[in-house]
Write a protein that binds this ligand. Structure first.
Ligand code: 3VV
Length: 224
């Protein structure tokens, strides 16, 4: 997927204006806090049912606050915020993801802010890992439904300059039953520098009780 152009104008977030295949590419940005969770969709729902969790089972989606609540404090839960949206604009994770359904790929354009510093002048490895997890995770979610990261294997090859813009190219490699294997690399915008490579394993939770999370995630995209 060729990205030709980006700008920083829309919503104050990096925004790709044009790419090679606009007809198959969906702008998918659940991280924009005003749009995620979608009001009519997942608001107030917990991924893990506490009772099922205690019984060693996972993944029954149910409204948070109903039934048992020892595990997750309701008040704290209501303050829940997607980790990548927990910084002030411009200081933390600024990104947009484009999903190509036919190719099962997601390209994330990521511009980290100054509060993601690790070694002076470079991104913290944990911040890079977070964006990788978010990108391959979104690929697994739209491809397989409700999943969790079981394994994330990262090779950091070059340090990434703080505040630079990078592309995270992710690809669904295989689905084996409940397992989804997704790989990705992190490159400079001109694709001349390979910063990071990663492979991951996601496991679907409770496939029988799934609802169409893909539709909800894509619905959270802004109007074209
Ligand atoms: C109401 C719905 C709302 C949805 C909201 C969507 C929001 C979207 C918006 C924005 C998202 C942005 C995207 C973010 C993405 C971030 C995701 C994370 O960071 S998740 C946090 C970190 N991960 C954990 O905390 C998992 C902890 N681990 C577990 O809970 C379990 O281990 C789990 C679920 C991963 C698997 O447990 P089992 O009991 O279900 O399954 P078993 O039987 O153990 O494994 C199934 C198969 O997978 C293999 N497997 C499991 N773990 C493996 C591993 N580490 N390495 C290799 N294979 C493994 C096993 O060998 C087995 O394979 P064989 O079927 O036998 O072939």
């Amino acid at each position: 997927m060729q990205i030709d152009y980006y700008s920083n104008t829309q919503d104050g977030h990096p925004h790709v204006v044009k790419d090679g295949h606009p007809h198959v590419v969906k702008d998918c940005r659940p991280h924009v806090s005003t749009r995620w969770p979608p009001r009519d969709g997942l608001q107030g729902k917990a991924v893990v049912d506490e009772q099922a969790y205690r019984e060693g089972k996972l993944g029954t989606a149910r409204p948070a606050g109903e039934g048992t609540s020892e595990l997750i404090n309701k008040e704290k839960l209501s303050q829940g915020r997607l980790f990548t949206r927990s910084f002030e604009d411009g200081l933390g994770f600024e990104y947009v993801m484009f999903y190509n359904d036919a190719e099962k790929r997601i390209v994330c354009v990521f511009q980290g802010g100054p509060h993601l510093q690790g070694m002076p002048g470079f991104f913290h490895g944990g911040a890079i890992a977070t964006m990788i997890d978010a990108t391959v995770g979104m690929n697994a979610i739209v491809s397989g439904g409700i999943v969790m990261t079981a394994n994330l294997n990262i090779n950091f090859k070059r340090p990434i300059p703080l505040c630079s813009i990078v592309l995270i190219n992710s690809q669904l490699d295989k689905i084996e039953g409940r397992k989804l294997l997704v790989s990705c690399n992190v490159q400079s915008v001109d694709e001349k520098i390979l910063y990071t490579e990663a492979t991951s394993l996601f496991v679907k939770l409770n496939p029988e009780k799934e609802f169409d999370i893909k539709e909800l995630v894509l619905k959270s995209a802004p109007p074209a």
